[in-house]
Ligand binder design. Sequence first.
Ligand SMILES: Cc1cc2nc3c(=O)[nH]c(=O)nc-3n(C[C@H](O)[C@H](O)[C@H](O)COP(=O)(O)OP(=O)(O)OC[C@H]3O[C@@H](n4cnc5c(N)ncnc54)[C@H](O)[C@@H]3O)c2cc1C
Length: 152
Amino acid sequence: MTVGPVIRTQVGIVAAGPAGLMLSHLLARVGIDSVAVDLRSRREIEETRRAGILEQGSVELLVESGVSDRVLRDGHEHAGIGLAFGGGSHRIDFHGLAGAATQLYPQTGVFIDLADARKRDGGDVRFGVRDVEVVDFTSDSRRCSARKCGGP
Ligand SMILES: Cc1cc2nc3c(=O)[nH]c(=O)nc-3n(C[C@H](O)[C@H](O)[C@H](O)COP(=O)(O)OP(=O)(O)OC[C@H]3O[C@@H](n4cnc5c(N)ncnc54)[C@H](O)[C@@H]3O)c2cc1C
C-alpha cells in the first residue's frame, strides 16, 4: 500500500461545509493551524441548495470574523412575517418581539465566502477526498487519514 504525505497540524476538521470552514477560519484568526477535509468536491458543495435564511447570530459571526462583504451587500433583511387567521392578517415583527431579524442569503453563498477566505488566507482545505478515518482519537498519536479521489 502506498502511504501519502503526512501533514502535521494542530486541528483536523472532518467536513468542510459552512461549520467546518467557519471553525477553520476562526482557528486561523487566533493562530491555530488546521486541515479540513471533505468527501465532496468544492463544486458539489457549491451546487447543493440548502438554507436560505440566516439567523442574526450567524450574520453577526460573519461580520465579526470579517467574511460579511457579500452577505451584507447581497442579502436582504427579513424582519417579520404575516400570519392570516381568524379573518385577519397578523404581523409577526421580529424586531419588535426579539430585537433581531433574519437575513435572506443562500447557504451556498456562505460556503463560497468562507472557502474563498480560507483560500485567500492560505488555509489548508482539501475537497474531494475519500476513506476519511479518525484514528486513536483519545491518544497523543491521534490522526486523520484520507485518500485523494482518483488516487491510489
Ligand atoms: C433543504 C434544506 C433547507 C434548509 N434551510 C435552512 C434555513 O433556511 N436556515 C438554516 O439556518 N438552516 C437551514 N438548513 C440547515 C442547514 O443547511 C444546515 O444546518 C447546515 O448545512 C449545517 O452546516 P454544516 O457545515 O454543519 O453541515 P453540512 O452543510 O451538511 O456539511 C457537512 C459536510 O460534511 C461532509 N462529510 C460528511 N461525511 C464526511 C466524512 N466522513 N468525511 C469528510 N467529510 C464528510 C459533507 O460532504 C458536507 O460537505 C436547511 C437544510 C436543508 C437540507
